[in-house]
Design a protein around this ligand. Structure first.
Ligand code: HEC
Ligand code: HEC
Length: 336
């Protein structure tokens, strides 16, 4: 056959086929994707500091253990109000001119998903202490410590961010000061939040579990399935990272709830205000601000009721149980 003996024709045909297929299966679909997917209205691009923090997240290998994708299966419901969609990643730009676009979706979830860590854990004081040594706040944590993001100084300059690490975790005398890197990395973590869909809907997850006992902690708090509200599990999911499992807090960082006059007060009003509006009355004692966990974690009155009664009756605390009606009334009075 003449065709197979003419190298020009043979090569030309192969090249044409190759270019045509490349256009059809790679380039045109990619262009269509780029045209179809835009960041959601209301999504905020990273600030320069947050972007620098993202590079530190990459440099320190955080993606090895943390995902940033809420899969569309019910078991991922704890990590976000809705499954992640392509538009969530559409605003991501190249890391630098020679590094590709890092979505950091991850494939390995040794630690929790971080898609919504900025709203789930909005306290920068907590993040700094956790990065310095995860064991300081979560005794059983297997996450590595990142001490090189901090400096130890005998007398920190004014304006420097001091991290009130318990002495047992310090490496020698002096105070722990966060470096710019640490602050940028935390700025990036706090920027991680889910943008609500423009129509306000929250698509349901696939494969919902129906057994009541399966839903505890944040999942129950957010979705409110018909379960008995378990104060202990809700405390573990929402308060324990700071106030600790034994309710004793961490000296100089998070105050104890065991024996706290606010917890033991006959009226739960002050405590509910703290949960819903945050709290920063004890700065002089070195305590950072408590974020409005009830709002950031979307806690329903039933969840707050269960948590309060758990705290009022644990670790030796013995205050009278409060009723759901009381809690609802106080929450009502707080919302303008
Ligand atoms: C070897 C695996 C591993 C690596 C690497 C790792 N982590 Fe973790 N991370 C964990 C585990 C396990 C937990 C859960 C226990 C805890 O909170 O410490 C966790 C928890 C967290 C949490 C709290 C999540 C929550 O829902 O409360 C944050 C934030 C976090 N890691 C950030 C980071 C950052 C930032 C880096 C990189 C500097 C990093 N992690 C590197 C394993 C890892
Ligand atoms: C990110 C860390 C953090 C989380 C999570 C957290 N708190 Fe706090 N909490 C604090 C800090 C810090 C203070 C002290 C704030 C101040 O006064 O400056 C505090 C103070 C309090 C106080 C006042 C205690 C006293 O005697 O002064 C109560 C009550 C309280 N928290 C309840 C809760 C409950 C209930 C939850 C869970 C729904 C919770 N906290 C979750 C950090 C946290």
């Amino acid at each position: 056959m003449k065709f197979f003996q003419n190298h020009r024709r043979l090569f030309g045909a192969v090249l044409g086929l190759f270019l045509g297929l490349t256009l059809a299966v790679a380039i045109i679909p990619a262009l269509r994707n780029q045209a179809n997917y835009a960041p959601l209205p209301g999504s905020v691009p990273l600030s320069p500091d947050e972007f620098a923090g993202k590079k530190l997240y990459i440099a320190n290998g955080c993606v090895a253990c943390h995902t940033q994708q809420v899969r569309n299966v019910a078991m991922d419901k704890v990590w976000g109000a809705r499954p992640s969609i392509a538009a969530d990643y559409a605003g991501i730009t190249r890391t630098s001119w020679w590094q590709n676009t890092a979505t950091l979706m991850g494939t390995e979830r040794t630690g929790p998903d971080l898609t919504t860590i900025g709203s789930r854990q909005p306290s920068s004081a907590w993040h700094l202490m956790h990065l310095y040594n995860p064991r300081a706040v979560i005794p059983a944590s297997i996450m590595p410590a990142y001490p090189w993001l901090f400096e130890q100084k005998a007398s920190p300059a004014p304006g420097e961010v001091i991290v009130n690490v318990p002495d047992a975790y310090k490496r020698g005398p002096g105070q722990i000061v966060a470096t710019k890197d640490a602050l940028q990395l935390v700025a990036y973590l706090l920027s991680l939040q889910q943008t609500p869909l423009p129509d306000g809907s929250a698509p349901d997850f696939l494969y919902q579990r129906t057994s009541a006992s399966a839903a505890v902690g944040a999942e129950a708090a957010a979705a409110g399935p018909p379960v008995a509200w378990d104060g202990g599990a809700l405390y573990a999911a929402n308060c324990q990272a700071c106030h600790q499992p034994n309710g004793e807090g961490l000296k100089g960082a998070f105050p104890p709830l065991k024996g706290s006059t606010i917890v033991l007060d006959d009226s739960p009003a002050r405590m509910i205000a703290i949960i819903m509006q945050g709290y920063n009355a004890r700065e002089k004692e070195g305590y950072p601000a408590m974020p409005p966990i009830g709002v950031t974690n979307n806690l329903r009155p039933e969840a707050i009721h269960a948590i309060i009664n758990h705290e009022r009756s644990s670790w030796g605390n013995a205050a009278r149980p409060v009723s759901l009606g009381e809690v609802e009334e106080i929450i009502q009075s707080l919302t303008p």
